[in-house]
Design a protein around this ligand. Sequence first.
Ligand code: SAM
Length: 404
Amino acid sequence: MAVKVLLRVLAGESYAASALDSALQAAKLPGRDSGLATHIVYGALRYAPTLQAVLTPMLTEDTHPKVRALLLAGAFEKLILGTPAHAVVSEYVNLARDARFAPPALVNAVLRRVALPPETEETRTALPAWMIRVYRAAYGEDAEPVMADLLTPQPLWLSLSEAGERLLEEEGSEVFSGPNSVRRVALARPLRESAAYMQGEAQPINPASLACVDALGDVDGVRVLDLAGGMGIKAAMLAARGANVTSVDVMPHKHDAARTNLARLGLSADFITHDLTTPLDLPPAALVLLDAPCTGSGTLRSHPEIKLRLTPQAVAQMAALQARMLPHAAAAVAPGGVLVYSVCSVMPQEGQDVIGAFLAAHPDFAPDPLPDLQLPTVSAGAGVLTVPEHGIDGFFIARMRRLS
Ligand SMILES: C[S@@+](CC[C@H](N)C(=O)[O-])C[C@H]1O[C@@H](n2cnc3c(N)ncnc32)[C@H](O)[C@@H]1O
C-alpha cells in the first residue's frame, strides 16, 4: 500500500496526505500496520533526494515509475529505517514478484547493492543546494537543527477545548503541552473517529498557522475579512474567538468544506467566491487577513513531496500572484485598520520581498508591531518567520496598519 501511495505522489497525482488518507481508509489496516505504512511513505519522501541520488545511477531512463517507487521504499527501509538488509531484500523481491510490480531480479540486485552516498550538505539534509541557502539565510546558526528536524516524523497538533482534552484522554490518547491553545497529541484511534473531533471539541491546526490569527490581536466582536480563506481553518479559529468572519476564496468547493467543518465546531461564517487578483467589492473592515496561496515551502516536514517539485521558477510565479492579490486585500482595510499578510513559505520572494515592494508602493500603510505570537521567530524584513522546528511550520507573517 505504501508503494502504491508513493507511486501516485511521485507522479504528481496527489499530495501524500490525501493519497495516504484514502488508501488507509480503504485498506482498514490494524493500527500498527497503518503506522508503518505512514512512516514508509513520509520517510521515503523526506529522504527521496538522497535515496534517488544513489538509486538513479543503477537504473535506466526507461525504468518504470512502479519500479522506482518500490525501490525508493525499499532503500528507505534498508538505509534509513534500519530494517535488516536481508529482510528488506527478501520482502521487496516477494512484493515485486507477487504484486507484479517490478522485475524481481532487478529489485534483488539493486537493494543488495544500494548504500548511503558520501555525506555532503545536500545528502545530509536531503535538500537541494538552493533550498539549503534559503534556510541558512533565514535562520543562520539555527538552520542546521531546523533542516535536521524536517527529516523527522511530524507530530499531530490539535486546537482543543478542555472537554476535547478530557475526551481524548478518556479514549487513551496522550495530550502533551504545546504553544498557545494548541496541543501535541498522540492519538489512540483515528482522529475522525474520536469523540473529541466528532463533538467539535478538536481542530487540527499547526501552531504557526494559529500565529497568523494571533497576529490580528483581539478579534472578539470585530468584523474580520479572511481572504484566501480556503477550507476555513483560520476562519474557524477567528469565529471561535468571537469574530464576525467573512471568508473569501476563488474555489467554491472549499467553501462547502469550510461550512461543514464550521458546523461541526458549532461555528459559522459568511462565504464569498471571488478572484482576489481583481478588486473586491466589500465594505472596508478593521481587520483583514490575507493568508495567500504559496509554495508551502515552510511545511516540508508535513508535506515532504513539496521539495521534490519546488523550483526557483515556481517560487517566482507564486510571488507574482501574491503581489497581485495584496493591493486588493489592502483596499478592503478601513482607515486605521490592520492588514495581516501570511504565507506558509520560508522563501524571501514570497514573504519579505512581497511586503517590501507593497510598502514602498503604498505609503498609506506602515509596518505595525506584532503581538506576542508565543512561538520562536526570526525577523524577516517588515515581518517575521516562525522557526520550523519541533513540528512547527515555517510561516512568514507581517502586520501592517492603514494610516489614512
Ligand atoms: C494558504 S491557502 C488558505 C488556507 C486558509 N486560509 C486556511 O487557513 O484554511 C490559500 C488559498 O488561496 C486560494 N486562492 C488561490 N488563488 C486565489 C485567487 N486568485 N483569489 C482568491 N483565492 C485564491 C486557494 O484556493 C487557497 O484556498
